[in-house]
Design a protein around this ligand. Structure first.
Ligand code: MG
Length: 295
């Protein structure tokens, strides 16, 4: 059973769009039923309730009558599958692919290196993103696997870490590289180079866990159809269980929190009018258009 959740733009749930449930080839309007049932429309909350358990989902679909809806197309502009209000924090791994660290003439850090993006930076598929108006430096794409936390994780051991994952998405950790370089030189945090409106395209869908092995996925970024990044998640230095175990020992991870697992080599600049597509096998393609002043 192939299950995906998309969030179509619309007015349902006070501006948070309509959740579209894809089950194999069928696209179904989930929002109307959730509203009727008085249920929250948070994919992570639904996952924690066991909603995506295949037997339970099949049984539920046989009992309710979800209206079929138009298929989600690759070019459809979508909302993020997880809305900012349902995400407490977005934690991002730095330099988690050795070849990416090497392209900045750096070593993989001895300890995991994390920074954060504000959930408000998230946008969905096929959205136009612009860097801050006065910024004329380098703006880079970074294709990454996004891991969504299900049950709360506090000081979790390695062997139990995956029990706290409820799903996955594709993310693009858009970065104001020139500004980041300036801030690093001065010993400042990375915050402003990693946080601006639209700095975290995520989607196109939420993929509930249990349907794939996240440690064996091809990950790519293309710009205007030209391949820029290509790697496999098996090349990550810190694995998903290691990241969850480490982070949850530092700070509690709550339902809906997101971990971006770092980007492979091949990051590069984006110019006005560029279209960047980040893709992960079985998860689809996350498209972002760039509009900017200058180069
Ligand atoms: Mg990154």
């Amino acid at each position: 059973m192939r299950v995906r959740l998309y969030r179509r733009q619309g007015e349902e749930f006070a501006g948070s769009g309509r959740l579209i449930l894809q089950v194999d080839g069928d696209f179904l309007d989930l929002s109307s039923q959730l509203l009727a049932d008085g249920q929250a429309d948070s994919p992570a909350e639904l996952a924690c309730q066991g909603f995506f358990d295949p037997a339970r989902l099949s049984d539920w679909l046989n009992r309710v009558d979800l209206a079929p809806t138009a298929a989600i197309g690759e070019a459809e502009a979508l909302l993020p599958p997880l809305m900012p209000r349902d995400v407490g924090k977005v934690l991002c791994l730095g330099k988690n692919f050795a070849a990416h660290a090497a392209e900045f003439s750096e070593e993989v850090p001895a300890e995991p290196m994390f920074f954060n993006k504000a959930p408000e930076c998230m946008v969905g598929n096929n959205v136009t993103v612009s860097p801050p108006g006065d910024y004329s430096g380098r703006l880079d794409h970074e294709a990454e696997l996004a891991v969504v936390i299900g049950p709360k994780a506090h000081r979790v051991t390695l062997d139990k870490a995956m029990q706290h994952v409820c799903g996955y998405a594709i993310a693009n950790d858009l970065s104001l590289r020139s500004l980041q370089g300036r801030d690093r030189k001065q010993g400042y945090p990375w915050f402003r180079s990693k946080n601006f409106d639209g700095a975290c395209p995520i989607g196109p869908c939420f993929l509930p866990s249990g349907q794939l092995d996240p440690g064996q996925l091809d990950l790519r970024a293309e710009v205007n159809g030209e391949l820029r990044q290509s790697a496999n998640t098996r090349d990550m230095v810190i694995s998903i269980p290691e990241a969850i175990s480490y982070l949850s020992g530092h700070m509690t991870l709550n339902t809906g929190d997101i971990i971006l697992m770092g980007t492979p080599a091949g990051v590069g600049p984006l110019a006005n009018g560029d279209e960047v597509v980040c893709s992960i096998e079985q998860m689809g393609r996350l498209r972002t258009r760039i509009r900017r002043n200058g180069p």
